[in-house]
Design a protein around this ligand. Structure first.
Ligand code: CA
Length: 308
């Protein structure tokens, strides 16, 4: 079998990996690379997203096999093939995970996307399937590590994304979904030049432009794709900005306080010199003035002892 590389995945020329969910692709890329480095296995995908007709062509022989089992002329109907027309009433999933799914379908924490598939058939690039020992290793180490799972126990080749694993894919052009919406809100809250984005969950050119503007501000390569590293750098930048604003606010408060103290000290000085200059004037007024001076002095004493 000669393989080609599409979306960073080694695959059969006819297999459709273009319509796999981008997060699934990111997990496959990471897992396949890890397995190559750690185990020296070269893996290849020999089936990706299937057209309805393709799934139907696989399904009909499966029905025939089942019938043969019923008639006692066959031991097993294996391998199992999903009915392309069946719609799961709970999840909305249509037919096989190999089929492009409707927008309603959402797998775990993967952003819902219309028209993408969630399964690949995978084996060694030399054409052999995984051995029992290799499957055990994949199940124990590599699949859980990269958010993948074999959803059909008897099928060593059938991999799908795990339900709620950490997301690996960057947010980039043409991505859609709630993550894009969150990203757009995040970008809008960032003080950069340019118009505010419409928060519509579609990663278009405008979102790409503003992503690049923010990347420039936070000192990241301006590739217009929002990665985990970009997110970390942005948070660091925002925390530093917040700290700076906090320091400025504290400085301002300190300034206001010392201005007020200055005003009160000069008032106390004025009242004292008035009392000294006109000791024979209205006694009750003098006493009120001196009480105020005492008050100011007592406040100053409190402030100074707080500093000590
Ligand atoms: Ca980036």
């Amino acid at each position: 079998m000669s393989w080609v590389v599409k979306r960073g995945l080694r695959c059969a020329p006819h297999s459709n990996v273009e319509d796999l969910h981008p997060e699934f692709v990111a997990r496959l890329q990471a897992c396949i690379a890890d397995v190559a480095v750690e185990e020296g296995w070269l893996l290849a995908i020999y089936s990706g997203v299937r057209e309805y007709d393709h799934q139907k062509r696989l399904f009909l022989p499966y029905l025939a096999r089942k019938r043969e089992v019923e008639l006692g002329i066959r031991a097993s109907a294996h391998p199992v093939v999903a009915n392309p027309d069946y719609v799961n009433p709970t999840t909305g999933r249509k037919g096989s995970a190999h089929q492009a799914q409707p927008k309603k379908y959402k797998r775990g924490n993967l952003p819902a996307l219309e028209g993408v598939g969630y399964a690949v058939d995978i084996k060694h690039a030399d054409g052999s399937h995984f051995t029992r020992a290799q499957v055990a290793k994949l199940d124990k180490v590599y699949l859980p590590k990269w958010g993948l799972v074999r959803s059909v126990p008897s099928e060593v080749w059938h991999w799908v994304p795990a339900m709620n694993a950490p997301l690996l894919a960057s947010l980039g052009l043409h991505a859609i979904g709630d993550d894009v919406r969150d990203h757009q809100e995040y970008l809008n809250a960032f003080p950069v030049d340019g118009p505010e984005l419409v928060v519509d969950g579609h990663f278009g050119r405008a979102t790409q432009q503003r992503t690049m503007a923010v990347e420039a501000v936070i000192g990241r390569p301006t590739d217009g794709e929002w990665s985990k590293a970009d997110e970390a750098a942005a948070e660091k930048y925002r925390n530093a900005a917040r700290r700076e604003a906090g320091a400025e606010r504290r400085e301002l408060r300190g300034e206001r306080k010392s201005n007020r103290q200055e005003r009160r000290t000069s008032r106390a000085a004025r009242l004292l010199s008035k009392a000294a200059a006109e000791p024979e004037s209205d006694v009750s007024e003098l006493i009120t003035d001196l009480d105020e001076v005492m008050g100011i002095l007592s406040d100053m004493r409190t402030d100074i002892s707080e500093l000590a």
